[in-house]
Design a protein around this ligand. Structure first.
Ligand SMILES: Cc1ncc(COP(=O)(O)O)c(C=O)c1O
Length: 459
């Protein structure tokens, strides 16, 4: 297939779902009713939904077949054993604890290792990870490399940890306050940027120096492995599953949202080698998730995950996935819309701070752009900036390190013509960005405010 340059979807469509056309006037009304928070919209009023790639993928015929095969025995179901085998084939950790999604794995993990006085370093904590760390009274600290903080800086692995900063941080805070080190692969909040195996090895070496465990937040492990194969010396011919196993071999455990790189609508797990932590984790799991052979999931969900894990490491799929995301990003950059570079795996991140430079960070340029993309074209993206990260547990507010709007691409859902439409709308809005207003928050909860806050435009 190398002879042809057009990237085609490596699947055909046998079941379709209509999407509804609406007018800009109608969408204006929906926005007002939603308090200008795109999470509050009815999804039926969204034309192209790029809010998240989480749980929004299209399952394959084989996954649906697995759903039929699902065995709903309370304990020890064959579906559990198929799930376990599939997970451990890629991530051979001793204990695998299924959960209903990634944040449940985080809540259990930090329920075991967190607490007041503790601090968890990461390249960049995702919002739910940070919130689950902070909810226990612990502190979440981001130590991504300098390039990872600058949207236009080019680096093949912008998700890498600054290992000198990590070493200094451990010495400054005291190893006794740090239960583990976390690495998010790919780095979602930092622009979907990958982490190299070289960096994972260097982080491992720092952890070994201080006797600290290393955990992966591995939601997009397959996309990360694809970038390693493309960009890191020595991996061009290595099969993707082998690269994943190499990543896993450097860690002591993981949290996983199967809603991403297991291409399912719900699911996750926590895995680790430590027996004592695993016992505590299982006890917490039983309290709220369920018996340890199903967690918060039905047997049919476990089957869909087992099959999804086989499909996501397929090279044709990953080639299409990463190229089609780059197709969107490259077209926007060509149209003069600043984006985080290089283009990440699951999403294109528009640099709203630079595109809407007339709006100060605490008047939320990302929110303003996201609202405009919905109003003008029915496209729903997600602010990843000061709305999401600006507020601290003590109630104070400071600007986030970047003001981004993420256009996340659901797996196997939209075709190239959908994406061409997105390019047209973003370009149109980008050309008029100087006219967009800032926003203020008029209502917000104490945690994870971006999900439910209400806004009004600043006149
Ligand atoms: C990097 C990362 N970690 C954790 C999570 C949380 O997973 P879930 O939404 O399944 O709770 C997400 C979800 O978007 C994520 O992107």
């Amino acid at each position: 297939m190398d002879r042809w340059t057009t990237i085609i979807e490596p699947h055909r469509i046998k079941s379709v779902e209509p999407i509804r056309m609406t007018t800009a006037d109608e969408r204006d009304g929906y926005l007002r009713a939603a308090g200008y928070n795109l999470f509050n919209l009815h999804s039926a009023d969204v034309l192209i939904d790029l809010l998240t790639d989480s749980g929004t993928g299209a399952m394959s015929a084989e996954q649906w077949a697995g759903i039929q095969r699902g065995d709903e025995s309370y304990a020890g179901s064959p579906s559990w054993y198929r799930f376990l085998e599939s997970v451990q084939e890629l991530f051979p950790f001793k204990h695998v604890i299924p959960t209903h999604q990634g944040r449940a794995a985080e809540r259990i993990l930090f329920g075991v290792v967190g607490g007041p006085g503790k601090v968890i370093p990461s390249n960049t904590h995702f919002d739910t990870t940070r919130a689950n760390v902070e909810f226990t009274g612990a502190e979440a600290v981001d130590l991504v490399i300098e390039e990872g903080k600058h949207p236009s800086a080019i680096h093949p692995f912008k998700g890498n940890m600054d290992t000198d900063a990590l070493d200094a941080f451990i010495r400054e805070r005291g190893v006794e306050h740090i239960p583990l080190v976390m690495m998010t692969v790919t780095n979602n909040s930092g622009g979907g940027q990958p982490v190299s195996l070289e960096n994972l090895r260097a982080v491992r070496a720092v952890c070994d120096r201080y006797g600290l465990p290393l955990f992966l937040d591995a939601c997009r492990f397959a996309e990360n492995a694809w970038f390693i194969r493309q960009r890191e010396d020595g991996y061009a011919d290595m099969p993707i599953p082998d690269i994943v196993r190499e990543m896993a071999a450097l860690a002591d455990g993981m949290t996983m949202s199967a809603k991403k790189d297991a291409i399912v609508n719900i699911g996750g797990w926590l895995a680790m080698n430590d027996d004592a932590w695993a016992e505590q984790a299982r006890n917490l799991e039983i309290l709220t998730e369920g018996f340890p052979t199903y967690g918060g999931l039905a047997g049919r969900d476990l089957e869909a995950i087992a099959q999804g894990l086989r499909e996501v490491v397929d090279e044709d799929y990953l080639h299409y996935r990463i190229r089609s995301t780059a197709y969107l990003g490259e077209a926007l950059v060509e149209a003069g819309v600043p984006c985080v570079q290089p283009i990440g795996g699951h999403a294109v991140y528009i640099d709203a701070g630079s595109l809407l430079s007339h709006i100060p960070p605490l008047e939320y340029p990302g929110q303003s752009l996201a609202v405009a993309l919905y109003r003008e074209g029915g496209i729903r993206g997600c602010e990843i900036g000061s709305v999401m990260f600006g507020r601290h547990p003590d109630g104070s507010e400071t600007p986030a390190s970047m003001e981004l709007v993420r256009l996340a691409i659901p797996r196997r859902v939209y075709t190239q013509s959908h994406i061409d439409y997105v390019i047209e709308v973003v370009r149109w809005v980008g050309e008029r960005a100087a006219d967009l207003p800032g926003y203020r928050i008029v209502e917000e909860p104490p945690q994870l405010r971006h999900f439910t806050a209400r806004f009004e435009a600043i006149a």
